[in-house]
Design a protein around this ligand. Structure first.
Ligand SMILES: *[C@@H]1O[C@H](CO)[C@@H](O)[C@H](O)[C@H]1NC(C)=O
Length: 154
């Protein structure tokens, strides 16, 4: 049975968890997802993954970030867990660019403005897709199944 969910998070504030029926390439990355409320129990500092099983199905993280000018070598979002290694995804700022780990370029000019970040992890299909302000910016294979959870913030 295919399952897809979306985590909607304003950094340090909580919004909703979404489940959905059909993943399709639509104008907005959240199209087709249905919101599911999160409770306080889902947000323990450093362990917001408590109670959520992201190890199968299709999951989406949504949040809004702000990177102050001059910030470099910092991680803004991650997917922890993988079949091999510790993480499936790291989005990091290096000298004014957002990169997949320290490699592929995901976005330029991230400084001093709020941006909307959407990450879709198709766990069953082994695929990651990253959106900035609703536009697809990066897609790659994942790192295999694991004890997966999203993490955001520096
Ligand atoms: C960031 O700071 C540098 C150095 O002061 C400046 O040249 C640049 O215009 C600033 N960028 C933004 C987006 O404010």
């Amino acid at each position: 049975m295919e399952r897809s969910y979306s985590l909607l998070l304003l950094f340090l504030a909580l919004f909703s968890l979404k489940s959905f029926n059909l993943l399709c390439s639509a104008a907005d990355p959240t199209d087709g997802f249905t919101p599911v409320p999160l409770t306080e129990a889902n947000f323990v500092l450093q362990k917001p993954y408590n109670g959520l099983d992201c190890s199968s199905g299709v999951w989406q993280f949504e949040g809004y970030g702000f990177v102050p000018n001059g910030t470099s070598s910092v991680t803004v979002a991650q997917i922890h867990g993988a079949f091999h290694g510790a993480t499936t995804l790291i989005l990091r700022i290096y000298d004014g660019n957002m990169r997949y780990y320290s490699g592929d370029l995901v976005a330029t000019d991230p400084y001093d403005k709020w941006f909307r970040l959407n990450i879709i992890h198709d766990v069953d299909g082994g695929r990651l897709t990253v959106f900035i302000d609703g536009e697809e910016r990066y897609s790659t294979h994942d790192q295999g199944p694991g004890d997966l959870y999203f993490k955001c913030g520096v």
